[in-house]
Design a protein around this ligand. Structure first.
Ligand code: HMG
Length: 442
């Protein structure tokens, strides 16, 4: 059994590595070399990365790609994407190029409200709690003035605080349910600081409130935290074109394609097993841009999937229809994103990604991210309902398989050419490498 350790966090980086390599890799120098080969020779840059998280021993690279040709609300974008999965960037690029010739994407931010809650247990009369809340609400707002001053000067801040009675779900449970406008910041620190101040003031004022019995004065604050469920921080992305323009491929009838495509979306609307995979495809695009722009993809994922279940069953995030001969494909999703604060000014590649996107406001970034998700879903559904997913996916995955077999550049060139005219499955690629090597050894 491996040893436990106390004080690991206090060790230097190289001592941390020594301990890991001694304890888990039998002092194998290869393990140490793999860890160290990802260090950046620019010491300052490496230190910056070391300090993003705790106990850093090395860097974990993800490819940073670009999908060009996105026309969004009449403006051209090349979208940065950080992702490990082959075919995602190609699929986004292909969808962008397709819609570029059909008027591009339209996107609109529908709302930008964020939510935070103070979770409270109150052991007394709900009506007295309501009258206490009326008394304390202005004091809660007042107590956060130093925190909200700058945000208010920019036009944001606290929008409202409500007292919510949740005792139907859990005995004695109430919430201070607060709404916020955080403008270009994702706002997590701002919201959490306001909530913690609400909690402090709420508890202190309860102790002094004459209308409460001694027991009621002991309001218990369980926790104060923002919600990553942001159904009122919503963005809509859409594409549309006359049905007859829907394929550029003469072998595919556009009407049939449109009908099949819409059925595929409808299946994802009613069938959760399909909806999860369908939405995973959307998140391929969304997560990649969220990561590249230094935003919190876990928060986005959690919020988006909660939204996909808002009607009681997990369902498709995208929708499609034909109306008066026009094909429409659209999506509305909640996205709480920031273009200031967090990693946005710290991480050089994140800064570059935002510059590439013309330094968007949070609202503009919401639109770009939603479009990337919609484009990704369009590409995946187009492949799924025509050629099948494997043809394009395996074409892109080919290099990964060749790399697994340490193919030389010459072997790669030969086999890439070969698979332009042959279907690339894993076993077909393995066979082709073996055949090529046999032939070359003759
Ligand atoms: P293709 O028609 O073979 O591509 O499509 P092409 O060689 O004719 O090139 C057309 C355009 O595609 C290019 O234009 C690029 O925009 C793009 P160009 O740059 O030449 O002017 N493209 C590329 N971009 C960058 N690098 C490349 C590249 N190749 C083409 N190497 C393609 C090939 C893969 C794009 C197509 O088959 C496709 O869109 N497939 C869908 C792939 C996909 O959805 N992948 C996601 C991973 S699978 C998954 O996880 C999700 C899923 O389960 C979700 C679901 O079930 O709904 C499927």
């Amino acid at each position: 059994m491996s040893k436990s350790i106390s004080g690991f966090s206090k060790l230097s980086k190289s001592h941390k590595i020594d301990w890991i390599v001694a304890t888990y890799f039998n002092n194998n120098e290869d393990a140490k070399n793999i860890i160290k080969q990802y260090w950046n020779s620019n010491i300052k840059l490496q230190q910056l990365h070391d300090e993003f998280i705790e106990n850093t021993i090395t860097n974990y690279y993800l490819p940073f790609g670009v999908a060009p040709n996105f026309l969004i609300n009449g403006k051209m974008h090349a979208i940065p994407m950080a992702i490990e999965e082959s075919s995602v960037v190609a699929a986004a690029s292909k969808a962008a190029k397709f819609w570029l010739e059909r008027g591009g994407f339209k996107a609109e931010v529908l709302s930008t409200t964020k939510i935070g809650q103070v979770h409270v247990m109150f052991y007394g009369d709900p009506k007295t709690l309501q009258s206490f809340f009326k008394h304390v609400k202005p004091k809660l707002i007042q107590a956060t003035k130093t925190l909200t001053k700058n945000m208010e000067a920019r036009g944001g801040g606290i929008l409202d605080i409500e007292l919510r009675d949740k005792t139907q779900s859990l005995d004695n449970y109430y919430q201070l349910h607060a709404t916020f406008e955080t403008l270009d910041a994702m706002g997590a620190n701002f919201i959490n600081s306001c909530l913690e101040q609400f909690a402090k003031t709420f508890r202190e004022e309860a102790r002094l409130f004459n209308g409460f019995t001694e027991k009621e004065k002991q309001v218990e604050v369980i926790m104060s935290i923002l919600s990553n469920y942001v159904p009122n921080c919503l963005v809509r992305a859409e594409v549309s074109c006359p049905v007859e323009q829907l394929t550029e491929n003469t072998s595919i009838n556009p009407e049939e394609f449109a009908k099949k495509f819409i059925q595929a979306v409808k299946i994802a609307e009613v069938e959760p097993y399909r909806a999860v995979t369908h939405n995973k495809g959307i998140m391929n695009g969304i997560d990649a841009v969220v990561l590249a722009t230094g935003n919190d993809f876990r928060a986005v994922e959690a919020g988006v999937h909660a939204y996909a279940s808002r009607n009681g069953q997990y369902s498709s995030l995208t929708h499609a229809k034909i109306e008066a001969g026009i094909f429409y494909f659209w999506m509305e999703i909640p996205l709480a994103l920031g273009t200031v604060g967090g990693l946005t000014s710290l991480h050089p590649l994140v800064k570059l990604a935002l510059e590439l996107l013309h330094n968007p406001s949070a609202k503009e970034l919401m639109q770009i991210v939603a479009v990337a998700g919609l484009a990704q879903n369009f590409a995946a559904l187009r492949s799924l309902t025509t050629t099948g997913i494997q043809e394009g996916h395996m074409k892109m995955h080919l290099l990964n398989i060749l790399n697994q077999f340490q193919a030389t550049d010459e072997e790669k060139n030969t086999l890439i050419n070969h698979f332009k005219n042959h279907t690339a499955t894993h076993s077909a690629v393995v066979e082709a490498i073996k055949d090529l090597r046999l032939k070359n050894n003759k």
